[in-house]
Design a protein around this ligand. Structure first.
Ligand code: ZN
Length: 160
């Protein structure tokens, strides 16, 4: 009787520090170390470059291109890109998904649009824009290179 009781107690004692949850959490930690943030991680098959402090990863998908843009905190188009691009305002259409962060868009006529993730964006050509707050902005965009405006059905410039 006494022996049986001891054995069952011993078994319980061994089982109690159940290793499975510990292993699971360890595995989670390991995998999260390897890929801390899927939205920021390098993208298989994409071409990566940096322009004016903006990190850009791009790959073809059908006839379109899919781009992940990462704008750092403090980024402002007219300060960082204007001299590189040579136009007064950004003349690209930005259509896609704001996955993280907050952006402020100003058009030539004074119209202001603010987007905060998660949000679908459709920004007309002819804007200045900047990152709001301390969080980097992650924007997933679709484009057709030189035919982006026409193929996405966007206006050639912001108007009413
Ligand atoms: Zn307007």
């Amino acid at each position: 009787m006494a022996k049986k009781t001891k054995k069952s107690k011993a078994r319980k004692a061994v089982k109690k520090p159940s290793r499975k949850p510990a292993r699971r959490s360890a595995a989670r930690k390991t995998s999260s170390r390897k890929s801390p943030d899927a939205l920021l991680a390098s993208i298989k098959g994409a071409t990566s470059r940096e322009i004016g402090g903006v990190r850009l990863d791009v790959a073809s998908a059908g006839a379109a291109r899919v781009k992940r843009m990462i704008y750092p905190p403090g980024f402002k188009w007219s300060s960082a890109m204007k001299s590189i691009v040579g136009t007064d305002r950004c003349m690209h259409a930005h259509v896609g998904f704001l996955a993280r962060g907050e952006i402020h868009i100003e058009y030539a006529d004074g119209c202001v649009v603010e987007y905060k993730a998660p949000q679908i964006v459709a920004i007309d050509p002819g804007h200045d824009g900047w990152v709001v707050g301390r969080e980097p902005v992650i924007l997933i965009e679709f484009d057709f290179e030189g035919e982006t405006v026409s193929r996405l059905g966007m206006p050639t410039e912001h108007r009413h």
